[in-house]
Design a protein around this ligand. Structure first.
Ligand code: NAP
Length: 246
């Protein structure tokens, strides 16, 4: 078990990609902090599943966009497990809306969770990791944050993910050499996020003709947090089933 005894905080792990990440790290021996904002039942179900499989996990409610919540999330991680080795910044929201109808609050709401939340969690994790002289941070971005791959109905989302990708590189420089910071940029993943007629049409048109599975994104996170990726920092793994090739 590659992560035996290590501690992983996975934001937004009550369902979807975060859930797959939490379950995979737990299966590899990590003690996992399952974070959620609203879905307590989902988070507790994830914890129960991990414990039933012989792993260790706790659920902590915290809105990643709220500094006090984020501070408490990491305090609870330290209280339960004594340290944090890995942070997977996964929590994110997608609220499609035509550009001309967007309000300032729509844009801020998306940025608060998708970018500010990533920065606040990374800051708390970095304090712990720099003191210990080791740590890994993996940010879940999106292929929509690369170049012009966002869609007209998701402009704040794409811009927030572009910010995450830029932040990943800058933070990797700031925290080197002991803390490594990388990103995964998925295309269309089989979760509840973003389902719409437009989404279905794009999915069938990607070269691989299928959705990316949450487990595949989790495997990329596991790799980036592992010793195998010890020379990799400031990098992005794109997992888009060929979406960018169209
Ligand atoms: P999802 O199924 O909608 O799950 C989102 C998770 O984030 C939930 O656990 C939710 O918890 C949590 N969350 C949302 N806002 C939060 C906040 N402010 N504080 C704490 N937790 C919060 O989404 P997903 O598809 O798994 O996506 C996960 C990540 O992958 C996101 O960053 C997303 O942008 C990215 N991504 C997804 C796709 C895709 O096609 N699905 C593609 C590219 C990138 P509660 O329900 O408890 O609030």
């Amino acid at each position: 078990m590659a992560f035996h005894g290590e501690v992983a905080v996975v934001t937004g792990s009550s369902r979807g990609i975060g859930r797959a990440v939490a379950e995979l790290f737990a299966a590899e021996g990590a003690r996992v902090v399952v974070n959620y904002r609203c879905d307590q039942d989902g988070a507790e179900q994830v914890v129960r599943g991990i414990v039933a499989s012989g792993g260790e996990a706790i659920a902590v409610r915290a809105d990643v966009a709220e500094p006090e919540d984020v501070e408490r999330l990491f305090k609870e991680a330290l209280a339960a497990y004594g340290t944090v080795d890995v942070l997977v910044n996964n929590a994110g929201i997608l609220e499609p809306k035509p550009f001309l109808e967007l309000t300032k609050q729509d844009i801020l709401t998306t940025f608060e969770t998708n970018f500010v939340g990533v920065a606040l969690c990374a800051q708390q994790a970095a304090r712990i990791m720099l003191e210990r002289g080791r740590g890994r941070i993996v940010n879940i971005a999106s292929v929509s944050g690369l170049d012009n791959f966002g869609t007209a109905g998701n402009m704040p989302y794409a811009a927030s993910k572009a910010a995450v990708l830029n932040f990943t590189g800058v933070l990797a420089k700031a925290l080197a050499p002991h803390v490594l910071v990388n990103a995964v940029a998925p295309g269309f993943v089989e979760t509840g996020m973003g389902h719409s007629p437009e989404y279905e049409a794009v999915v069938t048109a990607v070269p691989l003709g299928r959705l990316v599975q949450p487990r595949e994104v989790a495997e990329a996170c596991l790799f980036l947090a592992s010793a195998k990726a010890g020379a990799t920092t400031g990098e992005t793994i794109v997992m888009d089933a060929g979406f960018r090739l169209r």
